[in-house]
Design a protein around this ligand. Structure first.
Ligand code: ATP
Length: 512
């Protein structure tokens, strides 16, 4: 645990030192749970957006993208259920005065029990070696069975209390489980209260209920209200999808984990409209497709875990999370939800406008069902950044900090480095950049020794360094150094574009 916390601190400080992420308005000591992306962070973020956007729209002929406004008619949020039900149960510890999400406290307790099971498995696997049968062990070991039983019971109690909005029951569960405040260590808890997560403001200069508008807490509703506009103008046939990337705002109670949980963040959401009755087939399809998209990045298949929801949101008939092994442990990265026809029906009821599709094959009209994929862009950023940041000991015993980002996502693809500042080497280096810059984001660096410059590029994840030396002037060749293997090859300047493109072009990631 200690180590994991250190890892998050390391990621935060690296992100700041190299221009990936800064605390917002830092000169005024920052604003809680709000961050700014710096010069390298914006590049990485844009690359993540491109990877998602292209995989959705360019790779699927039946998915199109939109960009809806952040402000929406207030009735939208009444219809979607957010005004009445977008709440988190909060609880305060009276001694530390810290505020927690009651459901998160219980989930963390469950996670601790799960860790105990994992430890048993690890121990047994060491003891029995090759002959170890994990499935059999999980099904028969008494300690594991007892703990699994405990988890099921807690999950069931939590589901029932939350679904019934039984806040006293939630509190009682926290007390029964003897959950203590991580700060004060005490069990001195307040009541559990519901807290609405939407930010509101006033439209124009008139105050009052009629003019209250909200900053959208999710991008999905911008898609639902445009369902017919897009379907008609794009002549879309079911099944089809609408994708969107954009800001969302939530007044989060607990916002202490860097860009994992922010009050202003970005979502990449896609709503897939299907025939009623076919939603489970598409739910499975999108689960599989999205896991594949994540794994193609090469961060390690073990870094992902699927988690089915115990408590379904008011709009869903099936839901799961793709969790990622963040420095704080496994946490939600993406949600996949079968939202039924809830949203479109609600908008029909509240707006009085039909939200139906005429299916020419069935010769009938219906309100489509929806399967949603929703991933946090900032959480993707944290997943990639934290997984890629490593300290490596090299063969000669020296150390290097390397950000082993997937090549296609790296902020700079190439750094061009003249060996010295003299003898026309800088001019030659700039000439190379002027040719390559149409294809790749390039950086020029002439300061310090070449070794130090390589290290700087390793630390920001640049896949290739091109070194221009005196031989370059004689035979038009340069040294090309690969970030991960640190191998250097001699290559003609004319071949650079082709060689680098093969390694960094996003199309190879999309083809996986
Ligand atoms: P959590 O349980 O962590 O609060 P959620 O289940 O409320 O998340 P969704 O409403 O399903 O999240 O939102 C979809 C995605 O948006 C999440 O998987 C996550 O990646 C991202 N997201 C949600 N809230 C935040 C936030 N406060 N900061 C950053 N990303 C967020």
């Amino acid at each position: 645990m200690e180590q994991k916390e250190d890892k998050l601190k390391e990621v935060i400080s690296h992100a700041k030192e190299y221009g990936f992420v800064f605390p917002s308005s830092e000169i005024y000591d920052g604003l809680a749970a709000t961050y700014d992306y710096g010069q390298l962070g914006s590049e990485l973020k844009n690359n993540l957006k491109t990877y998602w956007w292209k995989s959705m729209t360019q790779m699927h002929e039946n998915i199109v993208g939109i960009d809806a406004a952040i402000f929406m008619h207030p009735s939208t949020w009444k219809a979607s259920g957010h005004v009445d039900a977008f709440n988190d149960p909060l609880i305060d510890n009276k001694d530390s005065k810290k505020r927690y999400r009651a459901d998160v406290l219980i989930e963390e307790h469950i996670e601790k029990i799960r860790q105990k099971i994992n430890k048993e498995v690890e121990k047994a696997s060491k003891k029995f070696g090759d002959s170890f049968d994990e499935t059999q062990f999980l099904a028969t070991n008494p300690n594991v069975l007892r703990n699994s039983q405990k988890i099921s019971e807690i999950e069931e109690k939590m589901r029932i209390t939350l679904e019934n909005n039984d806040l006293e029951g939630v509190r009682q569960l926290i007390i029964d489980l003897e959950i203590v405040c991580p700060i004060s260590g005490s069990k001195n808890w307040t009541e559990v209260r519901q807290f609405n997560l939407m930010f509101s403001t006033e439209l124009g200069s008139v105050a009052g209920d009629a003019s209250t508008i909200y900053l959208r807490p999710e991008t999905a509703q911008g898609i639902f209200v445009n369902f017919l506009n897009v379907q008609k103008s794009g002549r879309m046939k079911i099944p089809f999808g609408i994708a969107q990337i954009g800001k969302a705002f939530r007044n989060e109670i607990v916002a202490r984990q860097f860009i994992f949980r922010m009050r202003e963040f970005e979502q990449m959401e896609m709503q897939f409209f299907v025939r009623p009755g076919e939603e489970m087939k598409w739910y499975e399809y999108w689960k599989e497709t999205r896991v594949k998209w994540h794994k193609a990045l090469g961060l390690g298949d073990n870094a992902y875990r699927l988690h089915d929801h115990i408590k379904l949101a008011h709009y869903a008939n099936a839901a799961c999370d793709i969790e990622f092994d963040f420095p704080m442990g496994f946490k939600e990265l993406e949600g996949i939800h079968s939202r039924t026809d809830f949203d479109l029906k609600q908008h029909e009821n509240h707006s009085g406008k039909k939200m139906q599709y005429f299916d020419p094959e069935l010769n009938e009209s219906y309100v489509p069902y929806v399967v949603e994929t929703s991933v946090g862009l900032d959480r993707m950023f944290l997943a990639v950044l934290s997984n890629s940041l490593k300290n490596e000991t090299l063969n000669d015993g020296s150390e290097r900090v390397i950000l082993s980002l997937p090549y296609a996502l790296a902020p700079y693809k190439v750094a061009v480095l003249p060996l010295t500042k003299k003898d026309d080497l800088p001019e030659k280096a700039k000439e190379i950049i002027n040719n390559l810059k149409f294809d790749f984001q390039c950086q020029y660096d002439e300061k310090d020794s070449i070794g130090k410059r390589y290290r700087r590029q390793d630390a920001i994840g640049t896949p290739f360094c091109i070194t221009v030396d005196h031989e370059t002037l004689e035979n038009n060749s340069v040294t090309l150094r690969d970030r991960d293997s640190m191998e250097q090859i001699r290559i003609s300047i004319d071949e650079l574009q082709f060689y680098i493109d093969k390694k960094v072009n996003m199309k190879y990631l999309l083809k996986k």
